[in-house]
Design a protein around this ligand. Sequence first.
Ligand SMILES: Nc1nc2c(c(=O)[nH]1)N=C([C@H](O)[C@H](O)COP(=O)(O)OP(=O)(O)OP(=O)(O)O)CN2
Ligand SMILES: [Zn+2]
Length: 139
Amino acid sequence: MYKIAKEFQFDACHMLDGHNGKCHNLHGHTYRLVIEVSAHLIDQGSSADMVMDFADLKQIVKKHIIDKLDHAFIYYKNNSNESKIAQLLQQMQRKIFAFPCRTTAEGMSRYIFNELKQYLPISSVTLWETPTSYCQYSE
Ligand SMILES: Nc1nc2c(c(=O)[nH]1)N=C([C@H](O)[C@H](O)COP(=O)(O)OP(=O)(O)OP(=O)(O)O)CN2
Ligand SMILES: [Zn+2]
C-alpha cells in the first residue's frame, strides 16, 4: 500500500459565531490543505506504477473543493447570524459557501474528507487554518 499527497491553498473568510474569543469576529485565513490518498499501484497504462496521477488528483480537488471555497465567505448554514451575512453577500453577487457544520478546522476537514471520498481513495485531510494551527481528519 502506498500513500501520496498533494498540497493546495485557498483564501476564505469566516466567523465562529458564539465563539468565546476573537474568532467570533469576521476574519480571513489563507488555508493550506493536504489531501492524502492511499492505494496499491496501478499496474498498466499511462499511470502505471502510480497510486494515481498527481494531475488527476489536482483536478479533482480543485473542482470539488478549491474552486468552491477560494475567496468565499464560508459559513455554518444552521447559524442565523452567519446566514444573515451570507444572504447579504449573496444579494451583492459575492461568493459564499454553506457548510453543514461550524467552519472550524475540524468541521471543514471532515466535510472535505466526506466530499472527496466519492471520487478518491482518500486516507486523510490535513487543514492548516493558520501557520501554527491544523486539524487532521481520517476514518
Ligand atoms: N480547535 C479549534 N480551535 C479554534 C479554531 C478551530 O477551527 N479549531 N478556530 C479558531 C479561529 O478560527 C482562529 O482564526 C484561529 O485561531 P488561532 O490559531 O488562535 O489564531 P491566531 O492567529 O491567534 O494564531 P497564532 O499562530 O497563535 O498567532 C479559534 N480556535
Ligand atoms: Zn478563523
